[in-house]
Write a protein that binds this ligand. Structure first.
Ligand code: ADP
Ligand code: ZN
Ligand code: ZN
Length: 828
């Protein structure tokens, strides 16, 4: 993308802009602008533009030029929405890289990057025709109500109509009124971002003189409450010498809102509003950063040294070695140089714990970009980052924070870089935030640190190849020993009748011991999706989702069967729907069942479950974490959610209920992921002076991965896994692009995918795998089929993607295939 700096204009030529629209269009779109507009507009500003028959979109200007489009007549823009650009040139360059690399459109990147509130959308507005002559008798009741309402208000929105008519479906009324030519309908754009206004009060200026004030206070002697409020106002403003908020005033004076309102109504107080940021840091004193121990100091030195030669450094530090404290030093240095720092974390590791820790050091300079924030809050963060304001020097966020409008980026930190949630799956752009951050850093010519206790094979491989620097930190802080890991052979325990439900005698023993000594226990059960299912003991039938090709999952708490793909749910049937038998039982193990069993085994202790179901609310997750920190929970049962970055002093024992369903997951990364997950959960045990203990229950204690986890042997794991990847031609040695075909019609998916695969084979030969049905081959009534393209080392990525794109275009030009959805996922 080119940025035009336009210094002068030729007044007789016509001007155009190229814009990105927030929809999946391959090319940018061109609109006509006036000369005056051309002088005002800059790349990165928003305009509203007409599109199609009646749509209005928010578009982003990327180029201003004088070349008329060849194949269509450029329409005029509607209006200019910004005074200054809302994004930066580097950002546009970065978006363009994302769209090329991940094979999606710029519009899709724009959708993902811009807070919703920036993308204004058109809304239907109904108004009354001015010249209309109609008899009341010609209108039905509901039509008449709308017609009447339009007397009082010149235009109405759909929302208003719903309120007036007190029903949801108002379209039929609109349609009838249109037919009777009473109203006209038009699309209008509305601004979504609403700055937060805070109410302030001050004394009305007519009381500014001594005399008038005295008079006022005398008058108010018969209204003592109001007088009180007034006196409080004086004392607050004397103390703070700053504007006084209404909320503050009523809090300090202990008066109800109505008292303040009475003063405002009497014109004694004057009300006014100030726009404020929604996200404010409320803490005060900053803490000095920690003094690093000698291992950490050494790591910090090595990172700094490695930066002299490398742009990217992998920081491999065992759990609880104090990686965060090392980051803090690196951040301090950037702040001294007045540079911004991007600190990326997986969503679930973005905890209040960490935010508070960083805010203790850097105060209000830390800003958080979070998916749980409202759209308006996101706009504020966006603007602060764009303006390089003092409140946006350290930007802490998950995946999408990489898309913010950085101004002076000095350092990128990607913590827990191995986490798979850095990769976005749906919708496009299907980008990997770690890799995208590395590219961003290179555009700013700044450095990147990738941190992890269990690096991804990709990053470790890059380090081994000399592409990245590598710094290791093998000591836990305070020389706490790595936890002792014991593998429990569940098959053997079953044979010896030493199991109670899903608990081995060893696990129960250790739990008793820990709990007796006042320690806390974490029990880890793999994510809720794979179990438990319900099975009939007579015929083996297990209830299926009618929309997806998958067994329904049993949720005891609601006594329901639910589909985790589409949300379908039914009450648990009392008898088998296939054979009528009453012996239907839950098989497999979910967090709920573990919770039940624990409560039975340890009735005197407080057990809490943490998974997607129990953490749904805005602060659901935090509440559980705080309760654990404060010792209100003895045993926490949870999914992967509890593997991340949590630092609990008092957790002495971690139990992995069932390692096998992790290891057996059908994915080429399953073993790597199992290692990472188990090493990370284990890392939650014994983070202080005492050595922690981990028990892993498994049917297969001799599995290589379990051996490597129990001896904390990352390098051995890496070596073996890399060999496998070599043999089976997987990343990091080969790259991959996965295509997914989706359609309601089974036959169509088959034929279409087959055609596509054949075309791909003509170019890539044996490196095309499939088409194949995935393990869950039907989701929400759509059949799915995958094709995998492996890209051998040395084969040009750019050319490969070009070839795929060409085939894709031919595919979509076949009429019969046009309705098939093709999803392209690069580096999946
Ligand atoms: P990691 O991110 O590597 O898992 P953390 O940075 O969370 O490790 O450190 C683990 C614990 O040790 C934290 O509670 C942290 O405050 C403490 N810690 C680490 N380094 C120091 C230090 N140099 N001085 C004081 N406390 C430290
Ligand atoms: Zn049955
Ligand atoms: Zn379903």
């Amino acid at each position: 993308m080119v940025f035009f700096v336009q210094t002068h204009y030729l007044w007789h030529v016509k001007h155009y802009i190229n814009v990105i629209l927030p929809i999946p269009l391959e090319k940018s779109f061109t609109y006509a602008i006036t000369n005056a507009e051309a002088e005002f507009l800059k790349p990165g500003m928003r305009v509203s533009v007409p599109f199609g028959k009646s749509k209005i979109y928010t578009a982003l200007v990327i180029e201003i030029h004088t070349i008329a489009p060849l194949v269509y007549e450029a329409k005029d823009i509607h209006q200019i929405l910004d005074d200054t650009p809302i994004m930066t040139p580097i950002q546009l360059e970065h978006w363009s890289w994302i769209s090329k690399y991940y094979m999606c459109t710029l519009g899709e990147v724009m959708r993902a990057a811009l807070p919703n509130a920036f993308i204004l959308e058109s809304e239907t507005v109904i108004s009354r025709k001015s010249d209309v002559e109609i008899n009341d008798q010609d209108l039905e009741d509901d039509e008449f109500i709308v017609f009447e309402a339009l007397h009082h208000q010149s235009s109405l929105k759909i929302q208003d109509l719903m309120a007036i008519l007190d029903k949801k479906n108002v379209l039929p009324v609109i349609k009838r009124l249109l037919e009777k030519k009473v109203i006209s309908v038009k699309e209008e754009i509305y601004e979504k971002y609403k700055p937060k206004l805070v109410r302030y009060v001050k004394l009305n200026s007519s009381y500014s003189s001594e005399n008038e004030l005295q008079q006022l206070l005398d008058d108010l002697s018969r209204a003592p409450k109001q007088r009180d409020v007034l006196m409080t106002l004086f004392s607050i403003s004397a103390k703070t010498k700053a504007p006084v908020k209404v909320s503050e005033l009523s809090a300090v004076s202990n008066a109800s809102a109505s008292v303040v309102k009475a003063l405002i109504d009497k014109n004694i107080l004057e009300e006014y509003h100030i726009q404020t940021d929604r996200i404010q840091y409320l803490g005060d004193v900053k803490e000095a950063s920690k003094h690093l121990n000698k291992h950490q100091t050494c790591a910090l030195d090595e990172i700094t040294k490695s930066f002299e030669k490398q742009n990217i450094t992998l920081f491999h530090g065992v759990t609880s070695s104090g990686k965060t404290e090392v980051y803090v030093k690196l951040i301090e240095e950037q702040l001294k140089r007045k540079q911004q720092v991007l600190y990326l974390l997986p969503e679930i590791a973005l905890t209040t714990q960490l935010v508070e820790r960083l805010q203790n050091y850097f105060g209000e300079q830390v800003v958080v970009y979070h998916s749980k924030y409202s759209s308006n809050e996101r706009v504020e963060v966006w603007n602060n980052v764009l303006q390089n304001s003092p409140q946006a020097q350290v930007i802490l966020g998950a995946r999408s924070a990489v898309l913010l409008p950085f101004h002076k980026l000095g350092l990128v930190i990607v913590d827990e870089e191995h986490e798979s949630s850095f990769k976005q799956f749906d919708p496009a752009p299907r980008y990997h935030a770690r890799d995208t951050a590395i590219v961003l850093a290179s555009m700013f010519k700044c450095k990147t640190v990738l941190g992890s206790a269990t690096p991804s094979l990709e990053s470790y491989y890059n380090a081994m190849q000399g592409k990245y620097g590598l710094v290791e930190l093998n000591q836990r802080y305070n020389n706490v020993l790595m936890p002792e890991i014991e593998l429990v052979d569940v098959k053997d325990k079953h044979k010896r009748k030493q199991m109670q439900g899903h608990f081995s005698d060893r696990l129960i023993e250790e739990m008793n011991e820990t709990l007796k000594n006042g320690g806390q226990v974490i029990l880890f059960q793999n994510r809720r999706g794979f179990s438990p299912i319900v099975e009939c003991n007579s015929c083996g039938h297990s209830p299926q989702c009618p929309n997806c090709d998958v067994s329904l999952t049993f949720h005891q708490y609601r006594n329901q069967l639910r589909c985790h793909y589409c949300g379908y749910n039914v009450v648990l049937p009392k008898t088998c729907e296939a054979c009528g038998s009453v012996e239907v039982d839950a098989k497999g193990l979910g967090t709920e069942q573990v919770e039940q069993e624990v409560k039975g085994l340890f009735p005197q202790y407080h057990v809490v479950r943490m998974d997607l179901d129990t953490t749904r609310g805005k602060h659901g997750y935090e509440k559980i974490i705080t309760a654990l920190e404060q010792g209100e929970i003895d045993i926490l049962v949870g999914t992967q959610m509890l593997t991340k970055g949590l630092d609990f002093r008092n957790v002495k024992l971690v139990g992995v209920m069932n390692a096998d369903n992790l290891l057996n997951f059908p994915d080429f990364r399953a073993h790597e992921r199992s290692y990472q997950l188990m090493a990370q959960v284990s890392g939650r045990a014994g983070r202080t002076d005492e050595r922690g203990k981990v028990l892993i229950q498994t049917y297969n204690p001799y599995h290589r991965i379990l051996q490597q986890v129990s001896t904390n042997d990352y390098k051995q794991m890496y070596k073996e896994q890399l060999d496998d990847r070599h043999v089976y031609k997987y990343p990091p040695l080969f790259r991959m692009v996965r295509l997914t075909f989706k359609h309601k019609d089974y036959q169509k998916v088959n034929v279409g995918a087959e055609w596509y695969a054949k075309s791909l084979r003509m170019v890539f030969g044996q490196h095309v795998l499939g088409p194949e049905f995935p393990p869950v081959a039907r989701i929400r009534n759509q059949y799915l089929k995958h094709i995998l393209i492996k890209i051998p080392p040395g084969q040009s990525l750019v050319k490969t993607k070009e070839a795929i794109r060409k085939i894709n275009t031919s595919f979509l030009s076949v009429k019969a295939y046009r309705s098939i959805r093709v999803v392209i996922n690069v580096d999946n």
